[in-house]
Write a protein that binds this ligand. Sequence first.
Ligand code: EPU
Length: 424
Amino acid sequence: MEKIIINESPKLRGKIEISSSKNITLAILAGSILINNKITLINIPFIKDVTLMQSILLQLGAEITIDNTGLELINKVAIIDSSKIYHSVVDYDIVKKMRASIFTMGPLLTRFGICKISVPGGCAIGVRGINLHLDAMKSLGAEIDIVNGYIFAKASRLNGAKITFPINSVGATENAIMAACLAKGETLIENAAIEPEVCHLCYFLQKAGAKIEGAGTRNISIQGVDNLSTPLEYNLPPDRIEACSYAIAVAVTDGDVILTNCTEDDFLSSREVFFQIGIGFEKVKDGIRVFKRHDFQSIKITTAPYPGFETDLQAQLMIPLCIGSGISIITESIYDNRFMHVLELNRLGTDITVHGNVATINPVKYLSGANVMATDLRASFCLIIAGLISKNRTIIDRVYHIDRGYENVINKLKSCGANIERLL
Ligand code: EPU
C-alpha cells in the first residue's frame, strides 16, 4: 500500500503554487449539467474528487476534453459539453466514493424532470444528512421517494418557491440554486450559505444566462429561465483551504514561503485566528508571503460557517497549538466526528484530549515520528504538517485521502525543502 514518508524537515523556503479550489470545481462541474452548450474551465485541478465528478458527467453522457498523461494534466483546461447528456442516473459505485455526487440532483432534476441518485452512505467525519437537499427539492415541487438506496426525484417542471434553510448548508444551498435556475418563476432562498464556493457557482451560472441575485448574502433570489445555453469560459479560483493549509505547514517549520496564485481574500476567515496564534501572511508582488510571526500562542475557537473559522482547517491548526504555549480549546461545531486525527497525533507525542465535540490541546516540547493513519482528507494534511516537525521518521498510511483534494502535495513541499517522499 502506498505511504508517505516524512523526516524532520528544515525551515520551508521557496514558492508554492496554489491549485484551483476543489469545492468550487465540484460545484461548477455539477452546475455544468444545466448548460446546453460547451463550457471551458480554466485551471482545473488534477485531484481525485474532481476526476470522480468528471466521471459522473461522462456516465451521464457529457463529452469532456482534457489533455492528460494519466499522471498529470498537459494543460489545465477542461471543455465540457453537457448538451450530450441523455440520462439522469448516478450510481452507488460513485456516490459511495464522494458525497458531493449529491450536487448533481438539483441540476439533473430541473433539466430532465427526473433523476435517480444513490443516497450517500456513511462519512468518516460525521453524520452528514441530505434532508436539507431533499427538502429544498420538495419545496420546488419535486416528488421524492427513497427506494433500494436510491433517491427517485421527479417533477414535470419545478416551480419557484421560498426555501428557508434552518441551518447554513453549502451543498444544499448550491443544489437549491441549481434547481431553481430552470424552475418556473422566482425562488427565494433564505438563510443561504455565503461561502465563496456558493458565490463562484452563482457567478458561473450567471455567465451561462442564469438570473441570480444576492450571491454572498443570506437571501438569494433566482428567476427561473427556460434554458441555459450561453457558452462560456470560467477561470477556477484558488483553493482557500489549500492556501491556509500550506501557511500552517510553513509557519510550524519557521519557514518563509510565497504562495502564488492566491490572494488575501483566501485568508479572510482564518486571518484573526492566524494573527492571534502567530502565523503571518502578507501580500507581496508574486502572491502571499507566509511565515511564523512569533512563538505560537494558545487559542479558544469554535469552527463555524463562513466567515467563521473553517472546519476544513481545524485538524491542520492543531499542530502549531501542540507546540505553542498555553492550553488551547477547539470546539467542532459543523461535524460530529471530526477529531479522528487526534488519536493519530497522540501517537506522535501530542497531548490532546477530546470530550464530545471539544478538543483540549496541551502543548508538548516536541513530536516524535511514528506510523500513523490518515482518516480523511484534511486529517492527512494535518499528519503531514506534524511529520515535518516530528523528530525522526513519520510514515503515513491510507494516503489515498490526500489525493482527493491536494494536488501534487509531495512535489510542492519538496520544492521548499521538505524531506517527504511517496512510497509506491
Ligand atoms: N447538513 C444536514 N443536512 C443536509 C446537509 C447538511 O444536516 O442535508 C449538515 C451537515 O451534516 C453539517 C452542516 O449541515 O453538519 C454543514 O454541512 P454542509 O452542507 O455545509 O457541507 P457540504 O456542502 O456537504 C461542503 C464542503 C466540505 C465543508 C462543508 C462546510 C464540498 C464538496 N464540501 O460540504 O468540505 O466541510 O461544506 O464548509 O463543498 C472538505 O473539503 O474537506 C470538506 C469536507
